[in-house]
Write a new protein. Structure first.
Length: 292
């Protein structure tokens, strides 16, 4: 039987089409020139990192990202954007309660009328991208898709390309590997962190993520014949050569980074199933972290 997580991964092209047919409020990710902080926990923190990098590189203003669970208010912002699929994450609600007056707030959530959605000035509700699975897949990619469009990128071609890519066989037999490394540069470092998290969550496997060119500075020491290294974003031939000398296998697919992430999600499910695990029921995890 196909897992719910796999079904939700495969549904992403249709969900992206629906997202691109919508017109979110122009201020969701801040006005041009605003100082914006993106906040989230877990997957949403990695999405926040990618959005901040994309926005600042687009020349739209100073953009930072932080973990809501660790954030300390050290500098001021015009707008704070919180990302919470469930809209119930305790640390996100704590941040919103403690903000100084006068800071505009936005929430990107999967559930309308959730506590987070009700605690902000503006809410972007992506209920059509919400998931029943504990493991997030289509919600974060949809947030990133809309962010890229808001920052001026052309993304209308991505649903069709994703549909074709998700029908492909895995790039390698995942059961041959015991160690998984994801590398990214610029905004795709956030994607690399998310890809590695999917492997840990769904398959209980040893996975890591690093800024690509920093991989030589220590982490490469544990690469071996059972290591799969996946590059997200642009490839680097010299880095690939260094990694292959360790005996590790390097994979880079010539796809948009967001589609590369969707392929990495599918790999995590393939690995879970190869290990006899249920990717819909990751160990020790629930859909949302709600603290007493």
């Amino acid at each position: 039987m196909t897992s719910v997580t796999r079904e939700e991964i495969l549904s992403q092209p249709q969900v992206w089409k629906q997202a691109l047919a919508s017109e979110p409020p122009a201020t969701v990710f801040g006005n041009a020139g605003d100082r914006v902080l993106f906040l989230g926990c877990g997957t949403s923190a990695f999405v926040a990192e990618a959005l901040a990098e994309l926005r600042e590189r687009a020349g739209l203003g100073i953009s930072d990202a932080a973990y809501a669970s660790e954030w300390v208010p050290l500098r001021g912002y015009d707008r704070i954007v919180v990302i919470s699929r469930s809209g119930t994450t305790s640390e996100v609600l704590s941040v919103l309660r403690d903000l100084p007056d006068g800071v505009a707030t936005t929430a990107v959530v999967g559930v309308a009328d959730s506590p987070v959605a009700l605690a902000v000035d503006d809410a972007l509700v992506l209920d059509y991208a919400d998931e029943s699975s504990v493991v997030q897949t289509r919600f974060p990619t949809t947030v990133l898709l809309l962010g890229r469009r808001a920052f001026g990128e052309s993304v209308d071609h991505l649903p069709a390309e994703a549909e074709a890519a998700l029908k492909r066989e895995p790039a390698v037999p995942v059961a041959d590997f015991s160690h998984f490394v994801y590398l990214g540069r610029s905004w795709t470092h956030g994607l690399a962190q998310e890809a590695a998290l999917k492997v840990r969550e769904a398959a209980q496997a040893w996975s890591e993520s690093y800024p690509a060119l920093d991989y030589r500075h220590g982490p490469i020491a544990v690469a071996h014949e059972g290591t799969l290294v996946v590059e997200l974003g642009d490839a680097d031939a010299e880095l690939e050569a260094d990694i292959r000398r360790t005996g590790a296998v390097v994979v880079h697919e010539d796809l948009d980074p967001l589609i590369q992430l969707a392929r990495a999600q599918a790999l995590a499910v393939d690995l879970a199933e190869a290990r006899g695990l249920d990717p819909d029921a990751p160990r020790h995890l629930t859909r949302s972290v709600v603290l007493n």
